[in-house]
Write a protein that binds this ligand. Sequence first.
Ligand code: KG4
Ligand code: ZN
Length: 343
Amino acid sequence: MLVLGIESSCDETAAALVRDGREVLSSVIASQIETHRAFGGVVPELASREHLRNIGYVVRQAFREAGCRQEEIDGIAVTRGPGLIGSLLVGVSYAKAMAWATGKPLVPVHHIEGHIFSAFIENPGIEYPLLALTVSGGHTSLIHAAQPGRYEVIGRTRDDAAGEALDKIAKFLGLGYPGGPVIDRLARDGDPRRFPFSIPKISDGRLDFSFSGFKTAALRHITEAGIRPVRPGARPPRVVLDLVASYQRAIVDTLIGQAKKAEARLRPRSLLLVGGVACNSLLRASFRETFEAGGRPPGVYIPSPAYTTDNAAMIAAAATPRFSGSPSLDLELNASAGLPLVG
Ligand code: KG4
Ligand code: ZN
């Protein structure tokens, strides 16, 4: 089963050719980081224009790198939502047109299901029930799947996503965009105990997250310590390194704390850490350290960095088990900015 995946939910235009959900023949990603850098965040209107400009090239390049032709694919998979509506529409319209022109079946994919499947690419034997900590710039949630396709969201952020919380403080401190990778790097030289952050208590039994209090606390520390934004290209002073290390530590401790409670409650067979923030070196190490100790559960899975941030290989992988015999195209299929994860 050879599937073309297309992803355009936020600021990466991506296409990939994947065989049997695990053999990645090509994975092409056109990043828009340079377009949005000057604004310190994704500008939706610019994002859709960039997707329009890039999508044809990205799909052709995916075929070129894989060394195969359109006629050879068995189907097309596309991210239907959630995400920025103008961005999603570019991918969905392109995929529908291509399915119509080639007669190949089209399967729409939920972006978060795609992130979950990013772990299956390198580990096709992942067992259910699984618990996935999904952490990105747009989402932070704990998802339980008792069986394939049967998803239950058992915790989600009540305000910012973890990546968004990292990006915003990095922007405020003048550290560059996107902030997550910069904070990851700078925090290695900082003291994570210098600045206190109190972890919010969520008392209604849900395993939700909240990060906005950390942002407020960080702004207070910035004012009290008299920290000024770092000039472009300048080396951040010790106090900034300590602040970002303390801030990152608080975010990682919150994520791990809720994942630990969920694991104890649900006892899954597999634990997954996915989404762009799963690139974070402290989070990766803490996740492994926490859950591999004691030999339970049997499987801890964190994809390689190439598959954690948005890509189309994960979309193709998620769709692969869902292609049935029927190639009929649903012309009513539409993008959905707030698509819920149900199953
Ligand atoms: O999954 P993704 O590519 O897009 C969304 O679906 O949002 O995630 C992007 C997020 C950004 O917030 C970025 O700052 C964060 O992932 N990120 C990181 C790292 N690499 C990317 N955060 C922390 N440490 C990293 N190394
Ligand atoms: Zn994503």
